[in-house]
Write a protein that binds this ligand. Structure first.
Ligand code: ADP
Ligand code: ZN
Ligand code: ZN
Length: 725
């Protein structure tokens, strides 16, 4: 150890390097991956050792010493995870300390956070069994506790159900030697058989399994309902019964009770759930169980990606095209790309599943980098839906719904079936508008219209969160002529309620399901199968299957057809198919109505006549000819400030000093929504046909950017493989 006296420590500061320290005085060995407390300026910070070295560039006299090692036992993060994280901070060019922090549960980012002791379970001793054999005496609670252990050991959680005094009772029984404690046993799967796999499913399972034991990346490209989840469960079964661990990542709104229930029922164990809205204690518990190897199956969102799992044997990423896998602030990583990297480092398979794969993954599959498994038929006899494009130019509309749409809704409800009305709310939110002078509420701090929340009488900005009371008279011309314009979910809900009295209208959007339980309750109601209307946003497009829904109405898709974002058409296609895939049951094919002012748009025509694969291939060809991702590689220098000229100045200077080479600089240009919270947002795009050439130019550029005087007047960040413009 002494040949490597210098420790490199990642600290939670937004600086681009790790810091050198000397090992603590008391001579404790400080391994890589360990958590330490170090002096930094006037503070003490929690850091993680990410390397050791023979020399340091810091002059000896100025080197400080680690104050202490924070955890005993094995280092918190193992070497392979540290290697992965190091790759991340180099690739994404983000502060090491912040990258490392994303691998620690919040509780352990603080010095007083401690790794909890391994949980215990309790089992009967021979003496305990003997007592159970005797006739019950007066100590009823004690007996109840002993009985609960009759079939096998139980953990604290289960004992808690026995009564408020359970700890006391347990202590008495342990004192008497009727019960003894031991560490809880790791999760054991108890597999229940699933349906007989279809030919396509079986082939995918066999191919993926044949590749196990080595790194391989698989694109499971299967239409909704083709049984991808069933394929996952077969793969999980193999890994878990062999004593391995598995990690399943899902989009932010994909983590549904339905999915967890399916895992529980088929695999016979409780998945450990990890996502960012858990309490600090829950998060710590799940993380610790995964790290100790007790948690066999971890299911989580993006933030679960870095969970330490010593026996990890399989990674699955469901709905791999979903935008929520890319973090959009701070450490802007792609969980999909890092999942593939992690699997490669560990030499294990990774499965990316989607009904509408991203162009990135389709390209990788197309060139043979990923293996491509296609599930083209639905697993059950549910037919794929029929499409109907409704030309809004030829229709009278009522609150955004065409007359012909309303007729079809009416017929569907009349047949006792359910209807889903989907609104891509972005840009279609209802605004309050003056019919006299054309005034409409817009945010003073953002380039956004204020959304009118009629029931609360508020005008809200969905970008910066500012709110104000809606006035009765027009603030501009004082006329009593304010009305709602544009369609929002609330307005649709109200107009559908008026139009179809007697049929419940269930709204699914962020405002409605904010209250706990509302989502589940409404889903239960839909599942009862009575005719009803579902109105909602993106939330309806993921995770749930509504077998009683036979008609889906997509209110308006036109914004995507003419967007400035080159990914808009890709996202539109994904959205349409995802929404459509929610519906339909055994006997009946569903119908999907698409309302548009541009029924002849070639993209729409292609999508509907040839399907997603052909559509994606066409989009990919376009990207190739334009050199855009995934045919080329991008990085983005983002900057923002209240004063637009400072942003421009910084980006212009930055563009001027960009090293010459293959990669080219474009911009500065304004973000699609330029002003948010009063700040102007602009960016430079750096683009190249070669990923490594791009990075070779960006790497030496960043230290020079930091030295620019103009850099200190703006907020700026580098975004590698950006997804949002
Ligand atoms: P996906 O994940 O592709 O949307 P699922 O795995 O959820 O598809 O399957 C859709 C439905 O079909 C589920 O109800 C599932 O239980 C059923 N299913 C899947 N595979 C089979 C199969 N081989 N035989 C019968 N039913 C199946
Ligand atoms: Zn007015
Ligand atoms: Zn705003």
């Amino acid at each position: 150890m002494t040949e490597f006296p210098f420790l490199q420590i990642a600290l939670p500061v937004p600086l681009p390097q790790a810091f050198d320290y000397l090992a603590p005085q008391d001579g404790d060995a400080v391994p890589v991956g360990a958590r330490v407390l170090v002096p930094f300026g006037r503070r003490n910070l929690v850091g993680v050792v990410v390397g050791r070295s023979q020399r340091s560039e810091v002059p000896g006299g100025r080197l400080l010493r680690v104050s202490r090692l924070l955890d005993s036992g094995d280092p918190l993060l193992d070497d392979r995870l540290i290697d992965l994280l190091r790759w991340c901070w180099k690739y994404y060019k983000h502060a090491p300390g912040e990258v490392i922090a994303s691998a620690l549960p919040p509780a352990l980012r603080k010095a007083n956070g401690v790794l909890p002791d391994p949980p215990l379970q309790f089992r009967l001793t021979a003496q305990g069994r003997e007592i159970l054999g005797q006739p019950p005496g007066r100590a009823r609670v004690q007996r109840k506790m002993l009985e609960s252990m009759e079939a096998g050991p139980v953990d604290e959680r289960a004992l808690g159900g026995i009564g408020s005094q359970w700890r006391k009772t347990l202590a008495v029984l342990m004192d008497r030697g009727s019960v003894r404690s031991e560490p809880v046993t790791p999760d054991q799967p108890h597999i229940s058989p699933g349906p007989q796999l279809t030919g396509e499913q079986q082939k995918a399972v066999d191919d993926i399994q044949a590749a196990s034991g080595n790194f391989s990346c698989h694109l499971l490209d299967g239409v909704t309902g083709s049984g991808k989840t069933e394929v996952y469960m077969h793969l999980l079964e193999k890994v878990l019964t062999a004593g391995g661990q598995a990690l399943v990542l899902v989009p932010e709104i994909g983590l549904t009770p339905q999915l967890l229930r399916r895992f529980r029922e088929r695999l016979g164990l409780d998945p450990s759930v990890i996502h960012s809205s858990l309490s600090a204690g829950e998060r710590l518990g799940a993380w610790t169980a995964a790290r100790a190897g007790r948690a066999a199956l971890v299911v989580g969102t993006r933030s679960a990606l870095f969970t330490p799992m010593p026996q990890l044997g399989l990674i699955i990423l469901d709905e791999e095209h979903d935008a929520s896998f890319k973090q959009q602030d701070g450490f802007r990583y792609s969980a999909r790309d890092i999942a593939v990297k992690r699997a490669a480092e560990l030499d294990i398979p990774v499965v990316l599943g989607s009904a509408t794969p991203s162009l990135e993954s389709l390209r990788n599959a197309g060139v043979g980098r990923y293996r491509w498994h296609k599930l083209r038929r639905r697993a059950t006899s549910v037919a794929l839906p029929a499409w109907r494009v409704l030309d809004l130019r030829q229709q009278q509309t009522f609150h955004g719904l065409a007359a012909a749409t309303l007729d079809t809704v009416n017929e569907t409800l009349g047949r006792g079936e359910q209807v889903m009305v989907f609104l891509n709310r972005r840009g279609y939110a209802p605004v309050l508008m003056c019919q006299q002078c054309g005034w409409h509420g817009s945010c003073e701090r953002c380039d956004a219209n204020l959304t009118w929340h009629r029931s609360r009488g508020l005008l809200c900005c969905h970008h910066c969160g500012s709110q104000r009371q809606a006035s009765v008279l027009c603030p501009e011309c004082r006329a009593d002529a304010l009305t709602g314009a544009g369609e929002g979910t609330q307005q649709l809900e109200e107009s559908l309620e008026q139009r179809f009295p007697g049929f419940p209208v269930l709204r699914f959007d962020r405002d409605r399901v904010r209250r706990k339980g509302v989502m589940d309750q409404q889903i239960e109601q839909v599942r009862l199968g009575e005719p009803c209307l579902l109105v909602g946003t993106q939330m309806l497009a993921k995770g749930h299957h509504f077998p009683g829904v036979t008609l889906v109405v997509i209110v308006n898709i036109d914004q995507a057809l003419y967007s400035a974002d080159f990914r808009a058409l890709e996202r539109m296609g994904q959205m349409i198919l995802q929404v459509a895939g929610r519906a339909g049951r055994m006997e009946k094919a569903g119908t999907v109505i698409l309302q548009t002012l541009h029924p002849d748009h070639p993209a729409l025509q292609l999508l509907l006549s040839k399907g997603y694969e052909a559509y994606a291939r066409w989009l990919l060809d376009e990207r190739v000819s334009a050199g855009l991702p995934p045919a080329g590689y991008q990085a983005m220098l983002r900057a923002e400030a209240h004063d637009r000229s400072l942003v421009e100045q910084f980006l212009n200077r930055a563009a001027n000093i960009f090293p010459s080479g293959e990669a080219t600089v474009h911009g500065p240009m304004p973000a699609i929504m330029e002003r948010v919270s009063g700040r102007s947002r602009m960016y430079l795009v750096l683009q190249c046909s070669s990923r490594s050439a791009l990075h070779r130019q960006v790497d030496p550029w960043l230290p020079r950017l930091r030295k620019l005087a103009a850099a200190r007047k703006v907020r700026w960040a580098i975004d590698i493989d950006p997804q949002e413009l």
